[in-house]
Design a protein around this ligand. Sequence first.
Ligand SMILES: NC(=O)c1ccc[n+]([C@@H]2O[C@H](COP(=O)([O-])OP(=O)(O)OC[C@H]3O[C@@H](n4cnc5c(N)ncnc54)[C@H](OP(=O)(O)O)[C@@H]3O)[C@@H](O)[C@H]2O)c1
Length: 336
Amino acid sequence: MLDLNILPTPVEYILYGCLFLGVAKATILVLSFGSLLFDLLLLPKASYKKYGSANNCWALVTGSSDGLGAEYARQLAAKGFNIVLASRTLSKLETIAEEIESKYKVSTKVVAVDVTKVDEAVTQIAAGIEGLDVSVLINNVGQSHSIPVPFAETELSEITNIININNVFTLRITQLLIPILAGTASKYKAHSLILTMGSFGGLLPTPYLATYSGSKAFLQNWSASLAAELKADKIDVEFVLSYLVTSAMSKIRRTSWMIPNPKSFVASALNSVGKRVGAQERFATTTPFWSHALMHFGIDQTVGVYSTIANSLNFDMHKSIRVRALKKAERARKEQ
Ligand SMILES: NC(=O)c1ccc[n+]([C@@H]2O[C@H](COP(=O)([O-])OP(=O)(O)OC[C@H]3O[C@@H](n4cnc5c(N)ncnc54)[C@H](OP(=O)(O)O)[C@@H]3O)[C@@H](O)[C@H]2O)c1
């Protein structure tokens, strides 16, 4: 005869269920954090032989006369790639090209283009890379708002430039490069790489940088979709998430543990291809710099990137940046 007294009561069933879910959630959190540490500290750096660094292959870096782009160009040259540099200012491109050629003994090509003029820029770059075995595309060029601004007051020219540079041009140049990257991978029985710069501005909905935030969020889904599509062509596709880095765009000059310089950031990004580091929840995405990785992981595992609390903290931060930027502009106007 079954003794009904030893069966759990409904309340006990609920408590056991909660305990099981709690243990499962805690286990996932510990495993996920372990995976972050494993990516950050133990997994070997990405090898660029896989991408043809030993085969005289070329890397095209957009927005490469300054900031992160110039650093991607230098560090890929240090790995043995020939480099195509593209951005607006010919003199800056030539200076970096000379530095790279003499320091790393590789070849360079410069293409001076304004990527807001999308058709013209794509045609010029197509001519510039004709006949080259390009195996790496770094979609680095990007523009943000000049200062945080309510969307309703954002100038149309700023909105158009952000979308044209960050999205339309990036898609068009990638479409141009896909058959070339696939051809190079097949020729050398190797892989090619497309790496696209994302931003915490797109990871988190960012009030007062709404257009920039939307443009980078768009790139996240586009890039991850592309990663699946291009796998068969042996083209690895990676989206790189970054919090602030010192540069002309961020207008920050002093580094800190949260804000690296382009050299440290790009080294972490190139070493982390194929690893998720702080982007444990995301496919074909990396948050490579250690403090950004911990921040991304912390937000994901606590309030979440789409939470009211994250949104309101982000809004307060950008309201305060706007107030300071307007005061600075006013001081500059009075000094004139
Ligand atoms: N810095 C950060 O804190 C940060 C954080 C997250 C993500 N990111 C992303 O990282 C990428 C690089 O940012 P960064 O901080 O290195 O920017 P940056 O220092 O302002 O450099 C931008 C580069 O793009 C070129 N460029 C700008 N407008 C162009 C145009 N219309 N046509 C052609 N080239 C153009 C610039 O050269 P010319 O002026 O000579 O054209 C320069 O080489 C961007 O996609 C950005 O969204 C940056």
